[in-house]
Design a protein around this ligand. Structure first.
Ligand SMILES: Cc1ncc(C[n+]2csc(CCOP(=O)(O)OP(=O)(O)O)c2C)c(N)n1
Ligand SMILES: [Mg+2]
Length: 274
């Protein structure tokens, strides 16, 4: 598939997630837009999954540890055919299985997540399970940078290296913001690469909006060096929408009629990502 197609897919998912949040009148807008390209790279370019058979034993596993950014993830699962697209308009409404965070009632979603700090330890278990049972599936987990303030992340980091989980890839959506401001003001993360290296991981820094770049990076990973892989993916919170980019208050927010029209026009004008 060409670069243009991946970008088109990501733009369409961004528009869908904005419409979904507008319809629901609730949503974590900024973090959903910052992680869209990473999720597209994984689900359209990397992972071995079967929408017609969500529980296929050899499927690659994915955990959205920054579970509040579920909107883009749901749009991708619907687009791939895990459930009907029409269901997206029930998001966060009474009786819908599409609640504000990932739940395993939704086909394609492995575990409930959203309490930050749980995804990496769970993914470590999945990757260790593959090793113990001799299965070839790979495990991927996406975390927020603010999420790294949770101590359980670092227990997972230590365990992954201890068990030599080279079948595990973790990605950090490094948008520099968490719920109330800059990560470096709230809980300093730097030197982030050196920290993960010290925990025994093989660490890469990448442009988190370069879908093709992320795909070729992940395809190049050795699976036999005994080290878990980390991608620090540099992103922009609110990516693609002029008035949302890098604005902390759009962590959670619903666009007005005018703002929705502006946001969709922004996305039409410039397809984001490389
Ligand atoms: C254990 C826990 N504490 C607090 C929250 C509330 N919360 C939701 S999102 C968020 C900020 C997360 O920031 P980050 O991981 O950087 O996410 P992103 O910028 O990608 O949206 C917080 C504190 C939570 N979901 N779970
Ligand atoms: Mg963040």
């Amino acid at each position: 598939m060409s670069t243009t197609n991946y970008r088109r897919i990501a733009t369409e998912r961004r528009k869908e997630l904005l419409n979904m949040i507008y319809e629901a009148k609730t949503g974590h807008t900024g973090g959903a837009l910052s992680s869209t390209d990473i999720l597209v790279a994984l689900h359209y370019g990397i992972m071995n999954i079967k929408p017609s058979e969500p529980k296929w034993a050899d499927r690659d596993r994915f955990v959205l540890s920054k579970g509040h950014s579920v909107e883009g993830y749901l749009c991708i699962l619907a687009d791939l055919g895990f459930f009907p697209k029409a269901e997206l308009m029930t998001f966060s409404k009474y009786g819908s299985r599409l609640i504000g965070h990932p739940t395993n009632k939704v086909p394609g979603i492995e575990i409930c997540s959203g309490a930050l700090g749980h995804g990496l330890p769970a993914a470590v278990g999945m990757a260790l399970g593959a090793k113990k049972s001799g299965r070839a599936y790979k495990t991927y987990v996406l975390m927020g940078d603010g999420e790294l303030a949770e101590g359980s992340v670092w227990e997972g980091a230590m365990a992954a290296a201890n068990y030599e989980l080279d079948n595990l890839t973790a990605i950090i959506d490094r948008n520099g913001l968490q719920i109330s401001g800059s990560t470096e003001d709230v809980m300093k993360l730097e030197q982030l690469k050196a920290k993960w290296e010290a925990f025994g991981w093989q660490v890469f820094e990448a442009d988190g909006h370069d879908i093709e770049g992320l795909i070729s990076l992940m395809k190049s990973f050795p699976q036999t060096n005994g080290k878990p892989h980390m991608i620090i993916a540099n992103t922009t919170k609110g990516k693609g929408v002029s008035f949302m980019e890098n604005v902390a208050k759009w962590h959670h927010g619903v666009p007005s009629d005018e703002q929705l029209a502006q946001a969709l026009a922004d996305l039409d004008k410039t397809e984001v990502g490389k």
